[in-house]
Design a protein around this ligand. Structure first.
Ligand code: GLN
Length: 488
């Protein structure tokens, strides 16, 4: 019967909060080792259907859980994430574990070191369960570009979880981890979080070290957390943020207590609503949900103002020029020699390079390398790449001007809820255009949080994007928390 089939396909389950789990672990009523084992059982049950995890790091996770249990048994103070099961997007490296970036070209590659964000999580007591599926080299908006098959949305398995961090979002939504890490270059944390009904954080560029993140577009790439609620996401950001001598672009600004900030009431905050994010192409149900969210902020004492960000209309082309240009340079290192896959059809050196790249990269990655190489080539550089950089600056300045008048800006995270698997795979341009609301903050370097803000009639989650100025994550968390509390 169809109704039974539908019920059997519901994988949504809310994890306990960090506060609940920490209290249980500290009291000894929950052992971190049992908690981890329970998560591995659920993964064994559910993962074959959702395809969220690409590999598991069981040995390391269980050793860490035992360390946490030993600390708890002694009654020692526990670090912030003691015993918390966390999943890692497979673009962040973990020592000795497969790191595929969703690509065949990295098959068999096992990096000899940990990404800084991974190291920090573990130092804070987190139990790292495994590596999460994503679009190949984080290029995509649906996780359908993974060489290891698509992730299914736990809310509706006929739909995409968003992308590129689809595995990271789906893992939290289906309680296959309490929290996860993802990466966001043009929306890859925010959009999947909104499609799966969880919280996702875009930290300010430089707030979290990129050391150990497999690069897509270095001037845009960010590492950030996913969690089931705003406070937990804020706690995770506090753990992974901070200066790292191994990443020259990481910020030396002090790390705030984001969790405490998220508890601060929003009364008196000025909230900007940009006209350009509510025009043509916005799904009517998404619009209605976001408008309810804005009304809730007003009811909580915020002052809502209209703002204008007219360069928004250039954002998608500018993003796809800059991101592909940087990707074409970053991906030059995959040559069949240094990492992963080498084509067996290698009669000489240049054929080996050619075949390895041809067989190792998927269609979307090749499309981007071609576009990026073209944009950077002599004669076109000024017309495309340079022009895109100039418009990027205008976009950033426009945001800074807006933030002189408002404390945060709220928008829909995506113009539509989760779409069907296969719906956009034949039309790369339609897929790119769906990034319209997320690429602007990426280009400007500012921060943001996406928070669940109602659902459509069919039960699909809608996400509200809360943007704030550079290093103002605390404000974004406060506003997101107010929306969460209002239960739209
Ligand atoms: N969807 C965008 C793209 O395909 C963003 C991806 C990302 O943020 N990694 O480039």
């Amino acid at each position: 019967m169809p109704s039974e089939a539908k019920a059997a396909e519901n994988f949504i389950e809310k994890p306990k909060t960090l506060a609940e789990l920490r209290a249980e672990i500290a009291a000894g009523t929950t052992k971190a080792a049992d908690l981890a084992a329970g998560y591995y059982d659920r993964i064994a049950q559910v993962n074959p259907r959702l395809n969220v995890y690409l590999s598991l790091t069981k040995e390391r996770a269980l050793a860490q859980a035992e360390r946490v249990d030993a600390l708890a048994a002694k009654g020692d103070p526990l670090p912030a994430l003691a015993g918390i099961p966390v999943g890692i997007k497979d673009v962040l490296v973990m020592r000795g574990a497969p790191a595929t970036a969703g690509s065949k070209i990295l098959e068999g590659y096992r990096p000899p070191y940990d990404a800084t964000a991974v190291e920090k999580l573990e130092a804070a007591g987190a139990v790292l369960l495994g590596k999460l599926n994503c679009d190949e080299f984080a290029m995509g908006s649906s996780t359908e570009n993974s060489a290891y098959g698509p992730v299914r949305n736990p809310v509706d398995t006929e739909r995409v979880p968003g992308g590129s961090s689809g595995g990271s979002a789906a893992a939290v939504a289906a309680n296959l981890a309490v929290a996860t890490l993802g990466s966001d270059t043009g929306g890859s944390i925010r959009q999947p979080a909104s499609f799966c009904g969880v919280v996702g954080v875009l930290p300010t560029y430089g707030r979290v070290s990129r050391y150990g993140l497999i690069a897509f577009a270095s001037s845009l790439d960010r590492v950030g957390p996913f969690a089931a609620n705003v406070r937990d996401a804020a706690t995770l950001l506090g753990v992974i943020a901070g200066h790292d001598p191994k990443d020259a672009t990481s910020s030396a600004a002090p790390v705030e207590d984001y969790a405490a900030e998220s508890d601060t009431p929003v009364e008196g905050l000025r909230i900007g609503v940009p006209d350009e994010y509510f025009g043509e192409g916005l799904d009517a149900e998404v619009r209605a949900a976001i408008e309810s969210g804005i009304a809730a902020l007003e009811a909580a004492g915020c002052v809502v103002k209209r703002v204008s960000l007219p360069h928004t209309r250039y954002a998608v082309p500018v993003y796809y020029l800059i991101a592909t240009a940087e990707a074409s340079a970053n991906l030059a290192r995959f040559d069949g020699v240094r990492y992963g896959y080498r084509s067996p059809a290698s009669e000489n050196l240049s054929a080996m390079y050619r075949h390895s790249r041809d067989e190792g990269f998927g269609a979307e990655v090749k499309r981007r390398i071609l576009l990026g190489t073209y944009a950077l080539s002599a004669g076109y550089y000024d017309a495309y790449y340079l022009k895109a950089q100039q418009v990027r600056r205008l976009l950033a300045e426009e945001y800074l001007r807006a933030f002189a008048d408002v404390d945060a800006i709220v928008t829909p995270t995506s113009p539509m809820p989760a779409f069907k698997l296969g719906e956009k795979t034949g039309d790369p341009l339609a897929m790119y255009l769906a990034d319209i609301y997320t690429v602007t903050a990426s280009l400007a370097g500012i921060c943001g949080v996406t928070v669940p803000c109602g659902t459509t009639k069919a039960g699909l989650p809608v996400g509200m994007q809360v943007l704030a100025a550079h290093l103002n994550e605390g404000t974004a968390f406060r506003v997101a928390r107010a929306v969460e509390t209002a239960q739209i």
